[in-house]
Design a protein around this ligand. Structure first.
Ligand SMILES: N[C@@H](CCC(=O)N[C@@H](CS)C(=O)NCC(=O)O)C(=O)O
Length: 244
């Protein structure tokens, strides 16, 4: 059977997994053990190719998946992709478990504001430098500076301020993981997918800050133990099934 086509965003290093939005869809595919093939696009490729894939008139972004098992259905947006995969592949591990869709959506938004936003500030200058061509570097700076209404350097701000913000955003996450193996309870769920995408982004783009900011944010192994369970889902294919 043809694999699901999964569109991801590349910087200057082929096959490098780093983007927090595409990671949410990738981690979901990996937890579910679904077969997929990554199609790497740079920022310009997103704008030239995705409109023809999605045909929905929306601003082109990744992740997008195209599912050949279901009439080549195209789904855009990580949250929509995870809901689609749960519904379409009910025999795979569900990520929005039971009747908790709104709670998972709450955590997704919590994490975007309190963890991903400061992580993005720590990474933004690296992303800009590592866009694969000078033209894309210039476009990225212009586009984001117009959006944030300030220079990227001003937006990035003081690293310690971002690290402190992440630590405070992690407080109740840490409390939760002291009592449960996953943020979603006994089994991995979408909240874990969302947080893991932030961990992976920082470890890929700012490995110099990763341990101190996330793994050693608290003087115990709670966050490290959780990451040890999650990291295997951030790779380019589902983890190998154990031989029985
Ligand atoms: N809410 C969307 C956000 C997607 C998004 O912003 N993706 C970025 C890559 S990380 C993108 O495609 N940007 C294209 C652009 O900036 O023009 C999701 O979760 O899928």
């Amino acid at each position: 059977m043809a694999p699901i086509a999964f569109y991801d965003l590349v910087l200057d290093t082929p096959n490098e997994i780093w983007s927090p939005n595409t990671l949410k869809a990738r981690i979901a595919l990996n937890i579910k053990g679904l077969d997929y093939e990554t199609k790497w696009l740079d920022f310009f490729g997103i704008h030239s190719e995705i409109p023809d894939v999605t045909n929905n008139g929306k601003r082109p972004t990744v992740p997008v998946i195209v599912d050949p098992q279901h009439d080549d259905k195209a789904v855009q947006d990580s949250w929509e992709i995870v809901k689609y995969l749960d519904k379409t592949y009910p025999d795979t591990p569900p990520l929005i478990v039971g009747n908790n869709e709104a709670l998972q959506f709450f955590f997704y938004n919590y994490c975007n504001t309190n963890i991903l936003f400061p992580v993005f500030k720590l990474c933004v200058l690296t992303i800009q430098k590592r866009c694969p061509t000078t033209a894309i570097q210039e476009w990225f700076r212009k586009d984001r500076e117009a959006f944030f209404k300030m220079t990227l350097e001003t937006f990035a701000g003081d690293e310690q301020v971002q690290i402190d913000a992440i630590k405070s955003g992690l407080a109740f996450i840490h409390t939760t993981l002291k009592s449960y193996p996953y943020l979603s309870g006994e089994k991995v769920g979408f909240a874990d997918v969302v947080l893991a995408s932030c961990f992976k982004m920082l470890s890929a783009l700012r490995s110099d800050l990763f341990e101190a900011t996330f793994l050693n944010a608290y003087p115990d192994t709670v966050l490290r133990d959780w990451w040890n369970q999650m990291e295997k889902y951030t790779k380019d294919a589902p983890p190998a099934k154990p031989h029985l």
